[in-house]
Design a protein around this ligand. Structure first.
Ligand SMILES: [Zn+2]
Length: 173
């Protein structure tokens, strides 16, 4: 596959070059020299596409992830609170150690809080989806960055390139 992706290169205070790809959130690398950086970011893009590109596209789950990642400021305090609880509960499942598990699930995961438990009674994903749906109804689809060619949800608000089809709209106003 030979899709070109834009790479943003920055230099940190210690002199390292840092490369990231706006169309592929989480895809970044660093190096001492630009040559090394270029080799590494190519590898990182390949890996990213290999792992993430295998998933099939599902509009509702992409929208849900997009809203939770980029538009938390449009949520109510309660929705944000439940969202944080979901993260903590997921972390609690992943950590070792009973004390840590308990702290994450009760203190941060709010297990036992009747309002939060009831919001999550059907599981975290239905809750996240219903919040995303409400926000889209209220604010409209214009808060979502969609590809002008294939109409799929682009990963981040500032990306001007589609992760799914490779379409690039940098040169459009
Ligand atoms: Zn596209």
């Amino acid at each position: 596959m030979s899709r070109g992706f834009d790479v943003v290169i920055e230099r940190d205070s210690e002199g390292y070059y840092i490369a990231s790809v706006p169309a592929l959130p989480g895809c970044h690398t660093q190096a001492r020299s630009l040559d090394e950086l270029s080799a590494r970011i190519k590898k990182a893009i390949e890996l990213y596409l290999e792992v993430v590109g295998k998933r099939s596209y599902d509009d509702e789950s992409e929208l849900t992830a997009y809203i939770w990642k980029n538009h938390e400021h449009l949520m109510t305090d309660f929705e944000r609170r439940v969202g944080r609880a979901v993260h903590a509960r997921q972390k609690a499942e992943a950590v070792e150690g009973e004390a840590m598990k308990r702290m994450l699930s009760t203190r941060w995961g709010l297990v036992g809080d009747p309002e939060v438990d009831s919001a999550l009674s059907a599981g975290p994903e239905p809750f996240r989806r219903s919040v995303a749906k409400r926000i889209l109804l209220e604010y409209g689809d214009s808060i979502v960055n969609r590809c002008l060619q294939c109409g799929r949800v682009v990963r981040t608000p500032r990306a001007r390139q589609c992760f799914w089809c490779g379409h690039d709209w940098h040169n459009q106003p």
